[in-house]
Design a protein around this ligand. Sequence first.
Ligand code: NAD
Length: 475
Amino acid sequence: MSTPITVAYGDGIGPEIMEAVLLILCEAGAKISVDVIEIGKLVYDKKWSNGISPSGWKSIERTKVLLKSPITTPQGKGHRSLNVALRKNLGLYANIRPCISYHPIIENKFGKFDTVIIRENEEDVYTGIEYRLTSDSFQCTKIITRSGSERICRYAFEYAKKHNRKKVTCLTKDNVMKMTDGTFRAAFNRIAEKYQDIKAEHYVVDIGMARVATEPGNFDVIVTGNLYGDILSDIMAQISGSIGLVGGSNIGSEYAMFEAVHGSAPDIAGKNLANPSGLLNAAVYMLIYVNQVDAAKLIYNAWLKTLEDGIHTADLYKEKSKRKVSTKEFAEAVVNNLGKKPRILPEFIISSNSGDSKVSKIRYDYEQNYKVRKLVGSDVTLAWNKSADFDQLVKLFESSNLKVIAIYSKGLAIWPGSLKSSSDQVTCRFIVNNEKRTVTNNDVNDLLIKLEENSFDVVRMDKLYLYDRKEGFFV
Ligand code: NAD
C-alpha cells in the first residue's frame, strides 16, 4: 500500500529540484501517492496571506506529511511567512538538519564532520510578533517557554541516544538574555541530567558558532533556539561544500514536513543548474519517517555513489570532479546508480538521519512552577520628546501607590542621573510606594489614565510580578 504525501513545488528552483527528486523516488520504487498543492508566490498573488490555500491545508491535514520545495517569501504588506505558518500551525517543534562533509569526495576546508543541528522551531523571535512603538523605535518579541525548551532539549538527547551519538552541545546567549535564553539553558541542564551516558556541554552562541564554523569535527549533536539554529545550519551547510547539500526534517507530534535548508535561489531559477541534493536528502528522511527504510537506503547509496563518480552540479564542481551536470542530468545519474553502493563514503549513515517517528512523539505540557505571584509594579513605555522633563513626571507620582524608581532608554538607566534618551521613547519603571501595600490592576489602570491626562504618550505597558518573591523582570 502506498503512503499518501502532500507535495509542494514552491518557487524559484523549487519546481526543478522537486521534479528531479520525484523522478528518483519513483524509479527507486518508493511507495508513495502524491497529492500536489500550490504554495508560495502563486498563492500569495491570489491573496491568501499565508502563501497556502485552504485546500492546501486540507491536503496536509489528510496526509500529515509534506515534502516541500523552497518558496520566495514576498516582501511587503500583509504577507506572512509560509514557512513560519506551516511550522506553527502544524506544531512542527523540532527542526533536524544533519550537516555532513562527505570528505574526501566533496572538497571542504575541515575534513570529516557529521553534525546534526536540532533547532527549536516554534518560538523565539520567529513568532513574528513585532510592534512599531514610535517614530524612531520598533520592537520584536522573543518568546521562550520552559515547556518548549524542555521538549526540544529532550528531543535532542533522545535523538543522540537513538543514533548512538556521544555529545549534545547547547548554544544560547544566556549571559545577556538571562530570562529567555537562561530558561533554555536551564531546561538543557535539567534534561541532560537524565542522560548520564551522553556528554552535555554549553557554549555562549557567539563563540560556540565560531568554534562550529572552524572545528566542526568536534561537534556531534547541537541543540539551539530558532534564530541561532537557522543561522548555524546555513553556515554548516555552506562549509560542508554547498548549501545545496543539506536537507532537513520538521517534526511535530502529529505532522511532519521535509525540505531543503536552502531557499528558492532566484539567481539560478529556471536554468537547470540547481543541486537537488538538499531536497533529495529531505525526501530520504521522509521515507524513513513513513517506514520505507529500504527505499531510503537505495536512494541514499545511489546518491553517494553519484557524488563519488565525480558527477557534480555546478555548485560542487571542482578540480577533482569528472562531469559538470544539470539538475536533470544529476537526477538521471542517481537513477542509473540505484542498486549500487559507495566505495569511499560510508553507506547509508542511518545515525545521521532524522525522520524518526518514535522520537517525534514527545509531548510536553506546561505546569505551574511557582506558588505565589505578586503584582508589584509596571513598566510603561512613553513616546518622548527631547524637551520633556523627567523630574516633572517623577513628581506627578510621588504620592501615588505606584512611584517612578527608574527611567530607561533602550535598557540604559538615564534617571536618576543626568543621561539623555538616545531615542524618542523611554520606559518608566513604576514600583509600589509602600511595600506593605498590594498593587492591584486598578492601580495600574489609574496610572495609565493619570499619564494620559497629563499628556504623556503611553505606547506600551508591561506588568511587573514577583514569582515566589523572585523578580520576574530584568533590566
Ligand atoms: P538561497 O538559499 O535561496 O540562495 C543563496 C545562494 O545559494 C544563492 O547564490 C543560490 O544560487 C545558492 N543556492 C541555493 N540553493 C542552491 C542549490 N540547491 N543549488 C545550487 N545553489 C544553490 O537564499 P536567499 O537568496 O537568501 O533567499 C532566496 C529566497 O528564498 C528568499 O525569498 C528567501 O526568503 C527564501 N527562502 C526560503 C526558504 C524556504 O522556503 N524554506 C528558506 C530560505 C530562504
